[in-house]
Design a protein around this ligand. Sequence first.
Ligand SMILES: C[S@@+](CC[C@H](N)C(=O)[O-])C[C@H]1O[C@@H](n2cnc3c(N)ncnc32)[C@H](O)[C@@H]1O
Length: 255
Amino acid sequence: MKKNDFNDELHTLTRSEDGSCTAYSKEYDEHYHSTKDGALSESLYKHVIPAFKHIQGKKSVTILDICYGLGFNTLATILYYQQHASDIKLRIYSPELDSVLVASLIHFEYPKEFEGLRVIIDTLSKKGVYEDDYLFIELFLGDAREYVGEFEDFFDVVYQDAFSPSANPVLWTQEYFADIKKAMKEDGILTTYSTALKTRLALHYNGFRIYLNKGESFRNATLASFKPIDGYEEIDMKHKITCNPNTQPFYDKDI
Ligand SMILES: C[S@@+](CC[C@H](N)C(=O)[O-])C[C@H]1O[C@@H](n2cnc3c(N)ncnc32)[C@H](O)[C@@H]1O
């Protein structure tokens, strides 16, 4: 297989609006990223930039990337870290069910911004782990729910970037977010592209505060935390519940 030969029975390469390539999953009938926002832009604006704003001042940062997919969130994090925060110790943990996809990523057409990350991309694709003096990245080839359950009070940041709640509800239920809460530190932050009320309710009922992540170059997204976050509009969840009394989060029993 050569570069650009990434396509297989389950995935096709798609160019998104910012020029970076993403993929379409035939299994989930969804793209891996918003094709309108662009794969790289979505990673940066909805996940990486708000996360780094939140963790300012920390010397060591631990991130849970749900799920690795094409690796954009992990790779955009490393890029941002190299450019803006290279003195911290960074650890990224990322579960991914699709081991065939991970192995195929050495052939994926990544944006030119990732060119300097080639050794990391290839090492992760082949061995599932990368380590140097400041950086540790571990891919777990298996079920995210099983993986998340192993951690307690561990993560500063969670990138919640599973396929949509309707396509992959098992990674959006109230019980799932209870495990995420347990795995996160008290001062941690969760970032997600989802603005669905069901998602926000599942977080809210687990004690998260909910914030709107809004900007000119991307569609609205959500941030969630246990402590107040400066610079973002907090969503009035009591008001949302009053206006939408019949909306419920996803529960494990319904899936
Ligand atoms: C939207 S994609 C993730 C995109 C990724 N964050 C990126 O930047 O490229 C969702 C990924 O979740 C994976 N997945 C689905 N269910 C899973 C599960 N239960 N455990 C682990 N990975 C899962 C899929 O194989 C897919 O690669």
